[in-house]
Design a binder for this molecule. Structure first.
Ligand code: PA5
Length: 413
């Protein structure tokens, strides 16, 4: 079993011929999904050439601004937030987000926060029809033009869109920089592509390490046989629990900096599998805080969920819990570090919850660009396998189109 990710699962899943066939087909990439599998070999869109070009584009932005506004929604924003939120900002530009809400309060706050800062915007839009980024593009373009004039604004606008699209011609006409959104990858699978590499690099992340983690994970998952393939074992377990009647998968971790990673994971599985009247509903929970809220339901409520613990072995910091002469009745903490207590809380939670619901444990050594790159790939590949085992197309999202139709109709589009 690979050491990038360790996996432990309640019970055993049967690896039958069907599962072996699905794995073999996914490892090669199926012809019927060729327009959606540009991520399968990370060297295509996150190889050295794109890593270097993304770093250069990020440098271009940081030469003229201190703030990078990512305009995008869903698959056009989640990966950047997931990575930068997890590894923390060591250097680089301040990255802020727009185009993911229609709240005027949020826009007023964003506009106020940009006062006194030089900023660039990157409008990420595969279709360039989605309303939320379209609104943000107008509002922030207007702000740029008022502040820097039309020519100055043009230098501060990046457009990430489909090559050959109307968006590309608009960028050329207005003198905006253009970054290709891979035609062979759908939004939620683009974490390892220039779509996100540019803002990630602008935010100070080491994208070379991210790409290395993804490449190592891709190599492992695309060459490991079924019984040693952690992505297949995870996908089979999810489907086994679904067949047993569970309807919710809860991803839990004891590291709050994975907060935005949860959103990325939720989107990946919800949009990929929730269709044709089937699929697990993915939710995430931040422990230990939510042990004091959702924990009650998990332990004692309707038996509809199973849990996947994302366990981080090295928290990357050590804090001693001090002792003094005040009798606060917490004397049992004397001599312990925060790290030890968090670990004990995690083990105790897994033990308690395992009595009630099936649990999966995915364990990574630490949180870094390398490990997050590996995790992005791990979950994308697992999602492909899991969708195929469930019998759905993991790469489309017909349900999302329904609300758009209603909304565009009301807006008179
Ligand atoms: O994964 C997906 O395909 C979606 O979540 C899209 O990323 C999201 O709807 C944004 O699409 P677009 O970039 O075309 O505005």
């Amino acid at each position: 079993m690979d050491e990038l990710i360790r996996i432990g699962i309640s019970g055993n899943s049967r690896i039958d011929e069907g599962a072996e066939r699905i794995l073999a087909a996914a490892q090669k990439g199926e012809e019927c999904y060729k327009d959606s599998l540009g991520w399968l070999d990370p060297s295509k869109w996150a190889g050295e050439e794109w890593v270097e070009r993304s770093i250069q584009l990020a440098r271009k932005a940081s030469a003229i601004a201190d703030t990078f506004v990512v305009i995008g929604i869903g698959g056009s924003n989640n990966s950047v937030r997931a990575l930068l939120g997890a590894v923390g900002r060591k250097s680089g530009m301040n990255v802020v987000y727009a185009g993911n809400t229609l709240s005027s309060y949020a826009y007023r706050e964003l506009i106020e926060s940009l006062e006194g800062h030089d900023f660039v915007i990157d409008c990420i839009a595969k279709n360039f029809e989605t309303l939320e980024p379209g609104v943000a593009f107008r509002v922030l373009r207007d702000l740029l033009v008022k502040r820097y004039g039309k020519a100055g604004a043009s230098e501060r606008i990046f457009c990430t869109g489909t090559p050959g699209s109307y968006f590309e011609s608009l960028a050329a006409k207005e003198g905006y920089a253009f970054i290709p959104f891979p035609e062979d990858i759908g939004g939620r699978y683009t974490a390892l592509s220039p779509v996100h590499l540019v803002p990630m690099a602008a935010g100070g992340a080491d994208i070379r390490e991210l790409a290395r983690g993804a490449a190592d994970m891709a190599h492992i998952l695309r060459t490991s046989p079924a019984k040693e393939n952690s992505a297949l074992l995870y996908a089979l377990a999810r489907n086994r629990f679904y067949d047993e009647g569970y309807r919710i998968e809860m991803l839990s971790a004891f590291e709050p900096r994975l907060r935005w990673f949860y959103k990325w994971w939720e989107q990946l599985f919800a949009e990929s599998e929730g269709k044709d009247g089937k699929g697990l509903f993915p939710v995430a929970s931040e422990f230990s805080e939510e042990l004091h809220s959702l924990g009650q339901f998990i332990q004692d409520g309707s038996p509809i969920l199973f849990e996947t613990f994302l366990d981080v072995r090295d928290p990357g910091a050590s804090v001693m819990i001090p002792s003094d002469d005040v009798d606060d009745r917490f004397g049992y903490l004397d001599g312990l570090t925060m790290e030890m207590v968090n670990r004990i809380a995690e083990e105790a939670t897994i033990k308690a919850h395992s009595k009630r619901c099936p649990c999966i444990r995915l364990s990574i050594s630490e949180i870094s660009e390398y490990s997050i790159g590996a995790l992005f790939y791990f979950f994308a590949f697992s999602c492909y396998l899991s969708g195929r085992i469930l019998g759905v197309n993991p790469f489309d999202q017909p349900g999302v189109e329904e609300y758009k139709k209603e909304m565009f109709c009301s807006l008179g589009k």
